[in-house]
Design a protein around this ligand. Structure first.
Ligand SMILES: O=C[C@H](O)[C@H](O)[C@H](O)COP(=O)(O)O
Length: 225
């Protein structure tokens, strides 16, 4: 395991330890959330009684492998906690969607009573400036690209690494990575993008994190932004 992955594991285990018997847990996507899912699987093996709501194909398959029972939002009354990674973190503001899972992540993370972000130290910053992943309906790509240019961003279609052509999300859509430079007011950028027809969801998660667990060489730092 790389040094960075070991830090992600620390963060994931720390968040997984917050989960209590009887809880429904939102299962985030990505290499850090994966560590939390594996740690939850170990706790289920030891007798913890929970159900997980996956946010992607990846998190569903990983939860199955780890032995975490699964459910859906439609089948539960409350979601006690969601554990998810992030591409960049400034206080409670996040940019997410490096794995193109941000649409499902956003409604699951928002539905949780407690949204816990897990990360390695490279994810924390003093200002958000990560390109914003924007999931678009395929036919809407040209008009959404024009609109985000008018909003001041440079969009680029996310290409797949191991297939010819673009990334297609779990929902059958495309992703435009939109470089706005700095995002001094993430809430305003989120509202701008919310209003664009053809956008399914974007990766600005303003004021959403309740807790941030960062794995470090010495342990885990926990912030309550
Ligand atoms: O779409 C993917 C998600 O938003 C991930 O949670 C995010 O990209 C962070 O992933 P990782 O923990 O692998 O850096």
């Amino acid at each position: 395991m790389s040094d960075t992955q070991a830090l992600k594991r620390r963060a994931g285990e720390s968040a997984a330890n917050l989960v209590e018997d009887g809880m429904v847990v939102g299962l985030g996507t990505g290499s850090t959330a994966a560590e939390a899912i594996r740690a939850l699987g170990d706790r289920v093996d030891a007798g913890l009684d929970i159900a997980g709501v996956p946010t992607s194909y990846q998190s569903r398959e990983l939860a199955r492998e780890a032995g975490v029972p699964l459910t859906t939002l439609a089948d539960v009354d409350t979601l006690g906690i969601a554990i998810d990674g992030a591409d960049q973190i400034v206080g409670a503001d996040l940019v997410k969607g490096g794995g193109a899972a941000h649409a499902r992540e956003k409604y699951v993370d928002a539905a949780a009573e407690r949204f816990v972000v897990v990360a390695d130290p490279s994810k924390t910053a003093s200002v958000l400036d990560h390109p914003v992943p924007v999931e678009v309906l395929p036919d809407a790509k040209p008009v959404v690209a024009d609109t985000v240019r008018n909003l001041g961003a440079e969009p680029s279609l996310r290409e797949a690494e191991r297939k010819d052509g673009p990334v297609v999300t779990d929902n059958g859509n495309l992703v435009l990575d939109c470089d706005f430079g700095e995002l001094p007011n993430p809430g305003a950028t989120a509202l701008d993008l919310d209003a664009v027809p053809g956008i399914v969801e974007h990766g600005v998660f303003p004021s959403m994190a309740d807790e941030v667990h960062v794995g470090t060489e010495d342990g885990v730092t926990v912030e309550y932004p």
